[in-house]
Design a binder for this molecule. Structure first.
Ligand SMILES: C[S@@+](CC[C@H](N)C(=O)[O-])C[C@H]1O[C@@H](n2cnc3c(N)ncnc32)[C@H](O)[C@@H]1O
Length: 219
């Protein structure tokens, strides 16, 4: 996927299609932000989430990884000068290369839906290894409800969106991959989740359990 052609119109397009629903989802996830120390944001996009995160975590060091230089430029333009020193902006394809560090927080907002099943099978286990025990993985994303009118409504929107992104960015994914099963498979548990827009937008807080203590091994 090459998001460069869409970078400058990404926000107006989003507002046109969904109003403030995606923003409400991202803002909800910020409730988990206070106290975080080392954050990795994958596929940040235009920097809106980054700027809010920096405002509510005054000491966190934040790595931002995105494959689009234009998205990274937009993100950089939203960083206050006082916060510059605690942010690293990395232009990388996370399917080929991940930062060599561990984090207490990982964020993927409307990113997992950009991956094919095959890509997500590789991505989730690889990224989960960067998450420290007790850490959280914040997921904002589209969601396909199980049945009924809500499913039909989401299916129509998702079909239109996947076609649009395929044409404009070369996106290869055609449907939301089953990241939930994979995240459970690597030992993460959903702590909180919330839905908007008839169930087609979700915010989820996943947690990696803390390592069992020595005491619990003895008992
Ligand atoms: C749909 S946009 C989501 C942007 C933003 N996080 C949001 O909440 O709207 C996906 C973002 O992920 C980036 N991206 C897509 N594939 C990537 C990859 N393999 N490695 C790194 N970044 C990638 C794109 O450049 C884009 O900025």
């Amino acid at each position: 996927m090459n998001a460069d052609p869409l970078a400058s119109i990404y926000r107006p397009l989003e507002y046109l299609a969904f109003g403030r629903a995606l923003e409400r989802c991202r803002i909800k996830l910020l409730e988990a932000a206070p106290g975080r120390k080392r954050v990795l944001i994958i596929g940040e996009g235009d920097g809106r989430f980054l700027s809010w995160l920096l405002a509510c975590t005054t000491h966190a060091k934040v790595d931002v990884v995105d494959s689009s230089q234009r998205m990274l430029d937009l993100a950089k333009s939203k960083i206050q000068p006082r916060d510059m020193a605690r942010v690293r902006l990395l232009r990388q394809d996370v399917l080929r290369e991940l930062p060599e560090a561990t984090y207490d927080t990982i964020v993927t907002n409307f990113f997992l839906d950009c991956l094919t099943e095959q890509e997500v099978n590789q991505f989730v286990p690889a990224v989960s290894r960067l998450l420290e025990p007790g850490g959280v993985w914040l997921v904002g994303d589209f969601h396909l409800p199980e049945r009924g009118l809500r499913r039909f409504h989401a299916q129509v929107w998702l079909t239109v969106m996947y076609r649009f992104f395929a044409m404009t960015t070369g996106l290869r994914a055609r449907r939301i991959p089953d990241y939930v099963a994979l995240m459970k498979g690597v030992g993460l548990t959903v702590e909180r989740e919330r839905y908007w827009r008839a169930g087609m937008i979700t915010a989820q807080v996943w947690r990696r359990p803390t390592a069992p203590s020595v005491a619990s091994f003895r008992s």
